[in-house]
Ligand binder design. Structure first.
Ligand code: PLZ
Length: 447
């Protein structure tokens, strides 16, 4: 199959996807790796150019994944690459708990400046998103001297013991991995599309359920923190009903509970605001970030109120690689690009271009129950025609259709029935329109 789409800034299929070289490499992988690592598309990448992934067979794929919301500035931004090379030449590692370096402080200052609220803040750096969430829980417990952690249905917070426990979905994240951590309690999320009494009641009823659970089953004085994604990611790109999270924040404040926003997927411009919390005027006590923060290098953070962050005694926070200097250099370069190129504005422009087209698909296809999202964090939820019964087969078919044609597309959702769009914020309008054309064909192909 050869589909030449001029110019060189566009999608190009030279072979079938995956091509022969990718297949060869994938066969080697199967011998070397355990089965437990999944793969969305078994294509081996040679290099990346903006929103184009160039594979080892010379195909150019349009990226709607950004390595799961990481490469917002692109996966090969020259400014990031240069910062990484320069820092690696100076030194790759000291361990910040052993001797200090400026990049760690610089990233902490940037996060203190950029996150919502003008209160006094502190930032601690780590390596992965899960580690940031783990540490947010530790800090909230140290501050409150309380044990309980409250999370939401459809939540995703990571794969470590604590964060896996906090994650809602069983297969594949939890199956076989128990017993889980204790003191984690789950309550409904205000999921407008699936709220039993209708979307207009979601915020109020979900908030009432949370309050009732905390007051009657746990006791508010036993709750250290409530952790919520301001837009739920892995769980299905669920934009909570307006007013739900502000209500949760207010309840938390009233009871001395630390309100933690997990912005690991939604942060750094992705949703058309620097942080998704800003859409509802939230000022969380703690915010966890990772992914796009590092411009592709592994670094994560907990940022929050100074008095909460300082509850942990010296030595209580850390990690060998926490805030690695090369990752910090990449983060500073990525943050500079997000600000100087107004990639937050670009995310809004992506929404303006893409959301009407996705909404059109929801209107024209009985298989698309809803198009939703904010900025460049957009989704289609697939259903059985005539109702809202989840249709994971339809989502998988459309994703497979797009992937086979060189549009790298991810699914998500508790029911696996959501296609999500997470393009790099540097994607061009032409690339995005081309990818949306392919998605539309895939949806039409369902019948
Ligand atoms: N919190 C909101 O989205 C990571 C998961 C990929 P780590 N999401 C991608 C997978 O299947 O492992 C995520 C997130 C939110 C926490 C995390 C965890 O971040 O860097 O993967 O640990």
């Amino acid at each position: 199959m050869t589909v030449e789409t001029a110019p060189a800034t566009g999608r190009l299929l030279r072979t079938e996807i995956p091509g022969p070289r990718s297949r060869e490499l994938h066969a080697a992988r199967e011998k070397a790796l355990p089965r437990g690592f999944g793969v969305v598309l078994p294509v081996f990448v040679d290099h990346v150019d903006g929103a184009l992934l160039v594979d080892v067979d010379g195909n150019r794929l349009v990226d709607l994944a950004s390595g799961i919301a990481v490469t917002s500035v692109g996966a090969a931004a020259p400014e990031v690459a240069r910062a990484v090379a320069e820092q690696a030449a100076r030194f790759t590692h000291t361990c910040f708990m052993v001797t200090e370096y400026d990049g760690f402080v610089g990233v902490a200052e940037a996060l203190n400046r950029l996150t919502p609220g003008d209160h006094e803040k502190r930032t601690a750096l780590f390596t992965t998103g899960a580690e940031a969430v783990e540490n947010a829980v530790k800090i909230a417990r140290a501050h409150t001297r309380r044990p309980a952690v409250v999370v939401l249905d459809h939540a995703y917070h990571g794969r470590t013991l604590m964060t896996m426990t906090m994650t809602a979905k069983n297969v594949p994240y939890k199956e076989g991995f128990g017993p889980f951590a204790s003191e984690v309690y789950r309550t409904p999320t205000a999921y407008p599309f699936r709220w039993p009494g209708g979307p207009e009641h979601a915020a109020q009823e979900a908030l009432a359920a949370l309050e009732e659970m905390i007051l009657t089953q746990i006791g508010a004085h036993n709750v250290a923190c409530i952790v919520a994604e301001p837009i739920q990611g892995e769980g299905g790109f669920i934009v909570p009903a307006d007013g739900f999270l502000p209500g949760v924040q207010e309840f938390a404040r009233k009871h001395g509970i630390v309100f933690v926003a997990d912005e690991i997927q939604s942060g750094f411009g992705r949703t058309g605001a620097m942080f998704a919390c800003e859409h509802e005027g939230l000022v969380p006590d703690l915010i966890t970030t990772a992914k796009a923060l590092g411009g592709g290098m592994p670094v994560s953070a907990v940022t929050g109120r100074a008095e909460i962050m300082d509850a942990v005694d010296p030595g209580g926070l850390g990690g060998t690689y926490a805030g690695n200097p090369v990752a910090c250099a990449a983060a500073l370069a990525a943050i500079e690009l997000i600000e100087s190129r107004d990639l937050v504005g670009r995310a809004r422009a992506i929404e303006e271009l893409a959301l009407p087209r996705l909404t059109g698909l929801a209107e024209s296809s009985a298989y698309v129950g809803e198009a939703r999202g904010r900025g460049a964090m957009l989704a289609l939820e697939f259903v059985q025609p005539g109702g809202i019964v989840p249709n994971p087969d339809a989502a998988k078919a459309v994703a497979a259709y797009a992937n086979a044609r060189g549009v790298l597309t991810l699914t998500c959702g508790t029911f696996g029935n959501v296609i999500r769009l997470l393009p790099p914020l540097v994607i061009t309008d032409e690339q995005l329109n081309d990818a949306l054309d392919v998605l539309a064909e895939g949806v039409a192909d369902l019948g």
